[in-house]
Write a protein that binds this ligand. Structure first.
Ligand SMILES: *[C@@H]1O[C@H](CO)[C@@H](O)[C@H](O)[C@H]1NC(C)=O
Ligand SMILES: *[C@@H]1O[C@H](CO)[C@@H](O)[C@H](O)[C@H]1NC(C)=O
Ligand SMILES: *[C@@H]1O[C@H](CO)[C@@H](O)[C@H](O)[C@H]1NC(C)=O
Ligand SMILES: *[C@@H]1O[C@H](CO)[C@@H](O)[C@H](O)[C@H]1NC(C)=O
Ligand SMILES: *[C@@H]1O[C@H](CO)[C@@H](O)[C@H](O)[C@H]1NC(C)=O
Ligand SMILES: *[C@@H]1O[C@H](CO)[C@@H](O)[C@H](O)[C@H]1NC(C)=O
Length: 244
């Protein structure tokens, strides 16, 4: 059943207590994407990181290409791996693949026909190592997988940011195949500049017991356009009541 998980992450000097909506091994987001893996707080390593995202909202939303004018659709999903502890902000996908898929193209078009997109990203060179970071300037340690969704829900466009904490503390072997972190790194903005709370105009949705509906039919789009935007805003507002 539905429950809330407190993920306690112990970084070098900080302890973060965060609030997630988790049910049946799925992590629910303020958007149409449902995270199948990884779970919050998981230590990761190996050759690659794999982020599994259900982009069908557990069967409520068809796969692209969407019906023209569909009132609900995912415009795009971008993902960054960032950390205020290490100062890195690495591109996992910004919609445009870079050389050798060091950063990935549009994930909505991978694995056509599959409702779950397995986003596989080769760990870049600065994350090589084994265990907790041992040097002050190490890039290993705690990170967020920052999942940014551009989508339309029941006629209204939204952009929401979902930060999923993990730690890069398992073994990652050195290899010539690893992309350079420098080529993937972006400026790291302050929390005020990012303003997650301000960006997110929706709560976590679609966990069991959450009654949010997804309007998808192309035919419904005409009917939608005759309604005022406000009536759909209130539909969303009413529908997100969560039953514990
Ligand atoms: C966790 O989320 C619940 C429901 O939204 C809220 O009532 C609670 O205050 C949150 N706790 C923290 C620490 O954010
Ligand atoms: C994502 O979709 C939004 C809305 O359609 C658009 O403005 C933005 O440029 C797109 N971004 C990417 C990376 O495709
Ligand atoms: C992860 O994201 C949360 C919420 O956006 C933020 O408070 C925290 O500082 C971030 N963690 C790291 C390691 O940057
Ligand atoms: C990059 O990934 C895409 C989608 O999985 C694949 O079609 C393409 O062949 C890959 N390109 C390289 C250079 O690996
Ligand atoms: C996407 O990310 C790569 C790697 O960080 C970067 O080189 C490229 O300029 C980015 N493209 C866009 C359109 O932001
Ligand atoms: C990371 O970089 C991307 C692309 O420049 C940006 O959109 C995002 O806000 C940055 N994240 C942080 C936490 O600075």
């Amino acid at each position: 059943m539905f429950f809330r998980l407190w993920a306690l992450l112990c970084a070098a000097q900080t302890t973060l207590a965060l609030n997630f909506t988790v049910s049946g091994g799925q992590v629910f987001t303020p958007g149409l994407v449902v995270v199948d893996a990884p779970q919050p707080g998981t230590p990761l390593g190996g050759d690659i990181i794999e982020v599994a995202l259900d982009v069908s909202t557990n069967g409520r939303l068809p796969l692209p290409p969407y019906a023209e004018g569909s009132p609900s659709q995912i415009h795009n999903v971008t993902i960054f791996l960032y950390s205020y502890a290490t100062g890195k902000n690495l591109t996992i996908t910004n919609g445009t693949a870079s050389a050798n898929n060091a950063s990935l193209g549009d994930i909505m078009f991978q694995e056509p026909g599959s409702t779950v997109k397995h986003v596989k990203w080769t760990w870049p060179d600065c994350l090589v190592g084994d265990g907790q970071p041992t040097e002050v300037d190490s890039a290993r340690g705690v990170y967020n997988i920052s999942i940014r969704q551009n989508f339309r829900l029941n006629g209204n466009d939204h952009y929401t940011i979902f930060d999923l904490p993990i730690s890069v503390t398992n073994r990652i072997d050195a290899s010539d195949e690893r992309p350079s972190c420098d080529a993937l790194n972006n400026p790291l903005l302050t929390p005020d500049q990012v303003d997650v709370m301000g960006a997110n105009d929706l709560p976590d949705m679609f966990a069991p017991g959450d009654a949010t509906t997804v309007q998808t039919s192309g035919a419904g789009a005409g009917a939608l356009s005759r309604r005022s935007g406000a009536s759909w805003v209130s539909l969303v507002g009413v529908a997100v009541a969560i039953i514990l």
